[in-house]
Write a protein that binds this ligand. Structure first.
Ligand code: SAM
Length: 281
């Protein structure tokens, strides 16, 4: 147990901000060949996973991020059958993907098996779909896996990775996007977590240019709140291999047989609204 009012704090040095959660206990910490993973019991956010000092998921708020990394792209694609998740080791995004009956295969490639094993131990809700026969969990470098993927093998690639440093750095490169473009079939979509629109505008611009340079015909940003990440305001970048990103299967959203806690058709439309400052470079 930690002293009465102990706090976990992530300091964002470059941006002069920090984020804290009050914690009761540190439940686990280990150094894997890739990163240091810690699990905390908080007083008000349930359990918290931290990787290399950066918050990843907590029980209380992860539904926003996991729903927004999965449902907008899945309801934009006309027939999303074959999905790959790069990263996503906590398995929350996989759970959301498997809610879609059109999906026949969801393969998740995380470089660090320990993230998933710790999610199984401390975040049972996040791994609740892992036994779905359509799910396949691989533990490998997502960069190499996509490079080796057969051309046109996938309808959707979701990159749910850590920040663009360390093992995740190459997931934000033009070469990786070119491999994604080749691995996607007609109408294929790539969606990638793209950090904070407030703190990381240059990264968003660089990602957009690199995706367009890799051949993606249309690239759009979507925005959503992310209480435990730097600035509390997050984004994802959505790219279509060979056509415009316009509209979505709105009837399917209304008729969906599964529950969501954040995503719905109004949220889908609002998420693609562009803040005024982003029109000015
Ligand atoms: N939602 C979190 C965020 O936005 O920071 C990410 C969640 S998930 C825990 C991030 C995962 O990316 C980690 O499990 C990490 O092991 C994985 N990862 C980092 N680099 C990778 C790579 N090159 N290939 C596959 N997985 C990678």
């Amino acid at each position: 147990m930690l002293e009465q009012n102990a706090w976990f704090t992530e300091i964002h040095n470059r941006d002069g901000s920090a984020f804290s959660l009050r914690v009761r206990a540190k439940l686990h910490e280990e150094r894997t060949p890739y990163q240091t993973i810690a699990i905390y019991e908080t007083t008000d956010f349930g359990r918290l996973m931290v990787i290399d000092g950066c918050t990843m998921v907590s029980d209380r708020e992860n539904f926003i991020y996991h729903e927004m990394m999965a449902h907008p792209a899945l309801f934009i694609h006309p027939a999303p059958r074959r999905v790959a998740i790069i990263g996503g080791g906590d398995c929350g995004t996989l759970r959301e993907v498997l809610k879609h009956p059109e999906v026949v295969e969801a393969v998740q490639i995380d470089i660090d098996e320990r993230v998933t094993r710790l999610a199984e131990q401390y975040f049972p809700e996040l791994v609740s779909a892992n036994d779905d026969p359509r799910a396949r969990l691989l533990f490998d470098d997502g960069i190499a896996w996509v490079r080796a993927a057969p051309p046109g093998a996938l309808d959707l690639i979701i990159v749910d990775s850590t920040d663009p440093v360390g093992p995740a750095e190459g997931l934000f490169s033009a070469a990786f996007y070119a491999d994604c473009w080749r691995a996607l079939g007609p109408g294929g979509l790539l969606i990638q977590q793209s950090e904070s629109p407030l703190y990381h505008q240059r990264l968003l611009a660089e990602m957009r240019e690199a995706m367009q340079g890799a051949g993606f015909v249309d690239v759009k940003s979507l925005f959503f709140p992310q209480p435990i990440y730097p600035s509390g305001w997050w984004s994802a970048m959505l790219a279509c291999k060979d056509g415009p990103i316009e509209g979505f299967r709105e009837q399917a959203v209304a008729a969906r047989a599964f529950a969501t806690r954040y995503y719905n058709a109004a949220i889908h439309r609002a998420a693609f609204a562009i803040p005024e400052f982003m029109y000015r470079r």
